[in-house]
Design a protein around this ligand. Sequence first.
Ligand code: ADP
Length: 416
Amino acid sequence: MSDAGKLRIIIVDDDASVGKTLLGILKKAGYDVEWAPNGKEALEKLKSGGDILLVDVRLPDMNGLDILREGHKINADLGAIVMTGYSDTETAVRALNAGAFAYVQKPYNIDEVKASLARLAERQNLLRQNRELVRQLQDSNAVLERKVAERTKSLQTANLDLANTIERLKEADAAKSAFVSMVSHELRTPLTVIEGFTETLIDKLESLKKEEIVQYLEIIHTDTLRLTRLIQNILDLSQMQAKGIAINPAPVRLKALSESVVRGLEVLNTGMKFEIVFDQGEVEIFSDKDCVEQVLVNLLSNAVKYSPKNSAIRIEGVSRDGIAQLSVIDQGPGIPEPERERIFQAFYRCPDVVNSKTPGTGLGLTITRAIVEALEGRIKVESGPEGKGSSFQVTLPRRIEGEKSNGSNDIPVAKG
Ligand code: ADP
């Protein structure tokens, strides 16, 4: 089909005088017309655009009806008026069968040709509009399909996110139940001891020796302290979970902070030799001072608690590649490889520690890790070559932006 606007008509007649006369008349009537003296030229012209053929049946190289059939291969919407010298209906029927719109008999009456042409032009214009509508429809259909595909994809992603959230919620719920049952169990143990020894004291106070009474009271005292620690730790942890950890970023000088924490511990006469080593000098980060201090206090308290008296505890600080690393290194029993991840789970305590009756709740490192993660950092532990000594390494970003870490539902609880 030729470009939008005028329809292009090709007259095919080997009689130049007929062809050219018709050409002149139709041009005058406002049509875009061309003339071809034979089938071959007509088809060539059609290839560069043509909507209507005005074709003679008898031509030197091809039959007019064959031109029409070939023409339809070039333009399926091609309209044609066949001009025939035969006056038989058979030719007329063959012309219509070959896809002609009408036929006129030669010698033609120009008004008849113009009338047929006008009707055909109207049909061709309708066909054009139709094609255009179909194209627009296909375009909008493609747009619609693309939109549906996009929506389907985002729905699938949303579904996947939802499934993940449900999975996480289920895990958090299971962790919470495990935490609650652990808490009840941990609270019940010292309470049972306190209850038992108090009852003995009440029932048998008269018959007990003074040393026995002192011994029982000491046990009650120890377990009361244990309970207090436990409750404090549980409260800290659930507060972190419910409200998140408030983070107020400000400049923190890690060396100065380590010195201040160590001074606080030295007052307690722990008998340990503290060493602070910052090879590159002071390391300043933009983080939350109280949180970093809490991490240091927890790690140093553990180092003091689990290491032999008078041994050395070292704090190392370095800064590299946009991070700061603080290590707390002791000369205690170390942590066997299989326990190194578990000690960060709530209530987990290494079996040796449990046997030696060193006081503790198994919650300190859980809290410590939650704080480190709120500071967008990481914590891990290593032990010396023979498993001796622990080195807790805390990696912190040089700069954090956060105001408050989200409350996490997820408390890793030690299993078994
Ligand atoms: P707690 O000290 O109250 O038991 P934590 O969560 O702080 O609880 O520590 C969990 C366990 O990790 C401890 O019970 C202990 O077995 C082990 N642990 C922690 N710090 C050290 C350390 N510096 N040396 C050896 N063992 C440690």
